[in-house]
Design a protein around this ligand. Sequence first.
Ligand code: ADP
Length: 498
Amino acid sequence: MKYIIAIDQGTTSSRAVLFDEQANLLAFEQQEFPQIFPQSAWVEHDPLQIWDSQYAVLERLIHKNQILPADILGIGITNQRETTVVWEKSTSKPIYNAIVWQDKRTSHFCEILKERNLAEYIQNTTGLLIDTYFSATKLHWILENVPQARQQAENGELAFGTIDSWLIWKMTGAKSHLTDDTNASRTMLFDIHNRVWDKKLLDELQIPESLLPKVQTSASFYGNFVFQGVFIPILGVAGDQQAALFGQTCFEAGMAKNTYGTGCFMLMNTGNKPFLSKYGLLTTLACTLKNQVQYALEGSIFVGGAVIQWLRDELKFIQTAADSEKLAWQASPDHGIFVVPAFAGLGTPYWDMYARGAIFGLTRASSRADIARATLESLAFQSKDVLNVMQQDSGISLKSLQVDGGACANNFLMQFQADILNVKVERPQFVETTAIGVAYLAGIQLGIWDKDFLLSKRKIDHIFVPNMSENRRIFLYEYWQEAVKRSMGWLKPNKITT
Ligand code: ADP
């Protein structure tokens, strides 16, 4: 038997997933690694701990399943996006910890970029909005703050990479300094139209081009991983959310997936056209193949499954996240309650950092079950908000929504999502969609799988079919929008409170 392995390097853990030649998922291994919080709002990872944990799970997967390295046809890599590593080319030693996507230390520099009137140029060129989230300002920070870094960079001694590049560098024994289109498009330095590093932005941020990896299509040859003397080719690379879109077989324009994790990530394939958003969505490259470049619109919801954790940990309404489903089925369908989980303000499409969470519509008869149900419903309403603007920006209307992430296990939530969107919601049997996505890329590059084959392999666990009257749908959504409006501008930053 022959195999393909996907490496899935996430924010809190490293995973390795084994597939057979027929694209069946056989086994996986996972290992957490430490998070480093040097100051408030700073988040770092040790790149060597990332590498060690990733190597360990890969080795364990191969040994536990008694795989001969020679039987591994290829490897795919998917990764936490935007996280920034700089290392010395001659020693492969990182010059600083990886600065993680959540890290906010560069917010002041982001304000400076806005004052320099770069917002429009950056959106038009990179598809992104100026934010600490992306790699560019993190890389700038390292060059400015690590002793000797700028000098070493000017001398061409350093390499920058997102986590994919770092892993490729380590796996190929410092031979390949490469990244793929999807990861490059999250740096805020990449021209997504011409698929090249943007000279003006490199100048503006004082980043020498010699630091940057070469950018390849997502399905292509990235070098060989030498494992126990055997050469295993790396054949597919993609950032986690784009990998999930591909793993969900959203190959055509108008197909979308929503990941219900701590936050929610929605991506819609918009085909070969990049649509720039009027509502604060991001435009990004989807996985690229040899003869095919596709784009996606991306929207995120800050508080997704996290609001279920709040029900569990703060309100103590439930013991496990899964209990929320049982409770929701016990609620009155006409509970009349709307929970707006604006714990940290509101993102797409409202963009109000002064909004705060609120519960509307309480009566003496309101029960824990009613509030739990309304809390779950808030995930679906927020997803509808994002999808609405995606459809407006692209002019494309959605036919069905593919779902994954921890909270997609909740049948109540998925049915309500289908009802409130009035589209079918499809939950796959295997929700490891990020790993599946890059295994698919590797298989396509090997020439053993094509899109038709992968579509035929798609295993659906359940299709949730909309079952709500149009009147009720409109009625509920109008109430939701009213609730959101009333939670906005709650904080009055200039008001004296003492
Ligand atoms: P992440 O990758 O962001 O860590 P996961 O995809 O593992 O997140 O999903 C975890 C989130 O999903 C948690 O916020 C949890 O509250 C929520 N969750 C998990 N299972 C359920 C469930 N059955 N119903 C509702 N929410 C759930």
